[in-house]
Structure formats: structure tokens, C-alpha cells
Design a protein around this ligand. Sequence first.
Ligand SMILES: Cc1ncc(C[n+]2csc(CCOP(=O)(O)OP(=O)(O)O)c2C)c(N)n1
Length: 307
Amino acid sequence: MDWFKEVNGVVTLKELSREEYFLPGNATCAGCGASIGIRLAFKALGPRTVFVVPACCTSVIQSPFPYTAFAAPCLNIAFEAAAAAASGVVAAYEQRGVKDVTVLAWAGDGGTADIGIQALSGAAERGTNFIYVMYDNESYMNTGIQRSGSTPYGAWTTTTPTGKREHKKDVPLIMAAHGIPYIATACISYPLDLISKLRKAKGIEATRYIQILAPCSPGWRFPTEKTIEMGRLAVQTGMWALFEIEHGKFKLTNPSATLIDKTKRKPVKEYLRVQGRFDNLTNEGIVEIQKWIDERWENYKKLQLDV
Ligand SMILES: Cc1ncc(C[n+]2csc(CCOP(=O)(O)OP(=O)(O)O)c2C)c(N)n1
């Protein structure tokens, strides 16, 4: 079934299929940002998609029999093995001459930025034909909120009780160093942008990497009805930037493209002060994060000018 009109066209909510392949009655926490991402990924890619999911919140959401929440094939795999297993699925379909299935590795930030990065790097170097999504809830949430390489500076987790001392690892730029043709960032609070990036990725035959910010109410300590608001604040303050790197060309996408001028971005304090995970952050900590954001955006400016 050709259930969307164009691969790279403008997306509107009306254009989206009403069919749901991420089923209700599943095991998500209330206000789960990752599950919004899963629903949108299905809407973007359609049911001829095979998910490859390592140990993470999604495996718990998806797998408990008989309440499985995916109306499409899903391979649950070991924590470190998403890209390796997805490479195997791609090879199997190629061997059988099947060309209309999208293989989607769907992994958390721990499973990507930390334990899964060697398999992902290998697949990207080989140019394996899959989409790899890191849904970024900025911690190992499934096992009770341990810090990951993608946890931001100053955030409380059970393994950083006084706040993380290091800044977030820049996985999109690590992937860019592999020279793959499509890299993007997205956020569940901007669904049309997320869908159009996934659709664009679907139309490219190579390794594609998309990192999706997925706020987590229990882990970030905000009320469950505020998930979308958290994602918006992350983007509006510049803590999370929306961009694409297509064949090496870096481009900020909206609304981030409108925030290149520092004065257009909200102060990061507005984002930090509404999340319990930053409760212990001092004013110096806030200044440090603001400085980190401003430096990153200077780099984005340069990257955008370089193309
Ligand atoms: C080799 C190995 N180490 C540890 C675990 C335990 N484990 C399962 S899920 C998980 C956390 C996953 O974190 P992340 O990838 O960030 O996804 P999230 O749970 O946040 O969705 C851990 C540590 C495991 N399954 N395998």
C-alpha cells in the first residue's frame, strides 16, 4: 500500500494515514516521549518496516506477550547489537531480492552513544542500507535512570547523584565523520519535521542516522502532561538543535534555523528550571550550560557557512 504521497514533499497532519501500527494498551509510562516517536516513525515509514530494537524502554513497551504493541515485525536483540543485527536483516532481504522493506534500527542513547557505537560505526563505514534512530531520552531509563554519554551536564541520575560532570556526547557529528549521506536531528515535539526527515531518509539507499530527542517524565522529573512542552523548550533554548547533514552539507532546519541569532533563543534557565533532574544545579552550572550552548551554535554557524 502506497500510503503516503511523496517521499520528500511537504507533510501536513491531514496527509498522514489514520492507520495506527503502534497499538494502544501497551506498557509505556504516562507521557512517554519515546512512544510518541515510535508512533510517528510508523506513520512516516509505513508497515513495510522491520524494527530492530536492542534492550531499552522500547523493548519493554513492545515485547510483553500477549500485549505486543507493534503491528509490524520487530527483532528484539542484545543491548550492544542493534546495528549488527540490523545489518544481518538487511543482508537477508538483499539475498532474497526483497527491496520494499525499510530496516529501522531503533535504539536508546545508552544503546547507541555508549554500548552500541562500535556496531553502528562498522555499519556506517560499510554503508549498510538501514535507518538508525537513536531516540534520546538522555539516560539509561529502562534500568532506572543511569547516566549515559548523552546525558547533559549537570543532570541528576542515579549514578550522578550530584549532577553529571561531563557534557553530552555529540553523536550526530561523530556519524558525520563517517561520511554517510544523511544525518538529521529531530524532536517528538515537532512531528511534521520528524516525519519529513524519516521520509527523506527512507528514500536514500545507504546508512542514514537520525537522533530524536524524546523527553522522559520519570527520568527528567517533570509532570507527565508536559512532554511536548519540554521538547519545545529544548529547541527554543538551543539546548537541542534541529538540523540535517546531507552529503556533508550542514543545514539547520526550522524552527532552529530561525534561532541562529543568539538573541532569538530563550535563556536555557527556562528549560532547566522546570525539570527536577536539574534541581541541584547551581547558578554557575546554568552559566556553564549556557556557554556550552552558545559555543555549539557558533560551530553550527560555521558549519552552515562552510557549505
Ligand atoms: C550487556 C548488557 N548490559 C546491561 C544490560 C541491562 N540493560 C537493559 S536496558 C538498559 C538501559 C538502556 O538504556 P538506553 O539505551 O538509553 O534506552 P532507554 O532504556 O533509555 O530507553 C540496560 C543497562 C543489558 N541488557 N545488556
